[in-house]
Design a protein around this ligand. Structure first.
Ligand code: HEM
Length: 443
């Protein structure tokens, strides 16, 4: 039994999660030199990167019991506590079971109206010829939507307080979280007073909302009501602490990612006018100028393909990390316990073995008749992850992305200046480094 090939004796400090985005280049270089499984040590900690779909499936699905993610994501724990994204074992299993029903398709379609209303409110504030940062606009919109779906309309003033504190927190937090993704736990993380204050402020607001809801006993159609009613097999519900951690998790996991998909999609549409034209034709044919509803989703086939292709090129979660509890096998290799497994959606999605001309934006790849795409191995394309830890919000996110894209694109053309150089910032999520500057043109 042997270790996979990889670089030896190379000073690797800083090379995998470089703030400049060189991590992607570094992993690409490793694959080119060593093949689709590469083993290396990072500050003494064993790490293994694989770009082979069946190995990815092995880590995320078949052998998933042998993996945890808690250690790698410790910077996030400061903010998200023991919420669904970070918890492990029986605790995670119980929470997932309690929360899952709130994300069933039937439940989430109830949130479509909030999505449409918020988008229309934003459009009413836009004017022809206006210049704005589309990434910032999408972040504000998706944050407003997730806040509203968590806490119903009549507590919207509290949701606004949460939005303000959360916006302050995001910048600091993401930088730290990206940095801590691979560092061994003995390397101390910098403490930031600003981050601490923002976390403290948010905690106060969220605990306040929970206390008020418990006291009033008022239940509505929002996610918090669903969580307050949820009980496990023994009839036990969530503590305030658990509710807090799940709310914080959904706030963060539930808006930045969707905002990123939309931001990258506007960029790609701006750069590919023929695709944009095809999209507009579908919207005219299916909607004829009216706002979409969930009932339109099965007809908005091309809109869905555009988003899929956008997530292929710019997956909002570009890398997944797992730590092995015990040594394990991948094909002919034996990988030691404590190894950090790295899996990258970004690199897999641009792998020419599975996607011909991978750098090109071609939504038609996802057409029903495309035999090549139909034959893709399961983990050649996985923007929402896979296995038991698959994204709980995938249905919510796709519905939101389609509804927002369709509503906005019918009213405005989003123009990108050809000189605009947009670059990626691969932290925990893949966001545009300096936003997406655009000019709005009313249709
Ligand atoms: C396009 C948008 C989104 C993308 C690409 C995305 C992607 C992902 C991925 C890749 C994971 C798995 C991470 C891992 O295995 O380590 C994940 C987990 C998760 N996502 Fe999403 N997500 C999106 C939107 C959302 C939304 C809208 C919500 C909630 C409203 C959400 C909530 C979560 C939660 C709670 C988890 C942890 C699930 C668990 O471990 O049980 N996500 N997401």
């Amino acid at each position: 039994m042997k270790l996979p090939p990889g670089p030896k004796g190379i000073p690797l400090f800083g090379s995998v999660f470089e703030p400049k985005g060189d991590s992607i280049r570094y992993l690409t270089k490793c694959t080119r030199e060593y093949g689709d499984i590469v083993f290396f040590r990072f500050l003494g900690v064993p790490a293994c990167y694989t770009s082979r779909p069946e190995y990815i499936e092995s880590v995320l699905v078949t052998q998933s019991n042998n993996f945890v993610k808690s250690k790698d994501y410790r910077a996030m724990r400061r903010v998200l506590g023991n919420g669904l994204l970070l918890s492990e074992g029986d605790f995670w299993r119980r929470q997932r079971k309690l929360i899952q029903p709130a994300f069933h398709q039937g439940r989430i379609t109830a949130y479509a109206q909030i999505m449409i209303d918020y988008t229309q409110r934003m459009l009413a504030s836009w004017s022809d010829g206006q210049a704005l940062d589309m990434h910032e606009a999408m972040m504000r919109l998706t944050l407003g939507i997730v806040a509203k779906t968590l806490f119903d309309a009549d507590v919207s003033h509290e949701a606004e307080g949460v939005e303000a504190a959360l916006t302050v927190l995001m910048g600091k937090f993401l930088r730290q979280a990206g940095m801590a993704l691979l560092l061994p736990t003995w390397v101390p993380l910098p403490t930031s007073q600003l981050l601490k204050r923002a976390v403290g402020r948010l905690d106060k607001v969220i605990y306040g909302i929970i206390e008020q809801r418990r006291a009033s006993g008022q239940l509505s159609g929002d996610l918090l009501s669903a969580f307050l009613q949820a009980q496990d097999d023994e009839g036990v519900g969530m503590t305030d602490r658990q509710l807090h951690d799940e709310i914080m998790t959904l706030f963060l996991a539930g808006h930045e990612t969707t905002a990123n998909v939309l931001s990258w999609t506007w960029l790609l549409l701006g750069q590919n006018p023929e695709t944009e034209q095809k999209l507009i034709e579908e919207l005219e044919r299916v909607l004829g100028g009216r706002v979409p509803t969930p009932a339109d989703l099965p007809q908005l086939v091309y809109t869905d393909m555009v988003l899929r292709e956008s997530m292929r090129l710019y997956p909002p979660v570009w890398v997944i990390g797992r730590r092995a509890l015990a040594s394990f096998r991948l094909g002919e290799y034996e990988i030691p316990a404590d190894t950090n497994m790295l899996i990258s959606q970004y690199l897999m999605h641009r792998d020419a073995r599975y996607f011909p001309e991978p750098e090109k934006f071609v939504p038609d790849r996802w057409g029903a008749g495309n035999a090549r795409t139909a034959a893709l191995p399961r983990f050649a394309y996985f923007p929402f992850g896979g296995g038991p830890r698959v994204c709980i919000g995938a249905g919510f996110a796709m519905m939101e992305a389609v509804l927002l894209l369709a509503t906005i694109a019918q009213k405005f053309q989003i123009q990108i200046s050809p000189e605009e150089k947009v670059s990626m910032q691969p932290s925990v999520t893949l966001r545009p480094r300096n936003g997406i500057p655009v000019t709005l043109k009313r249709r």
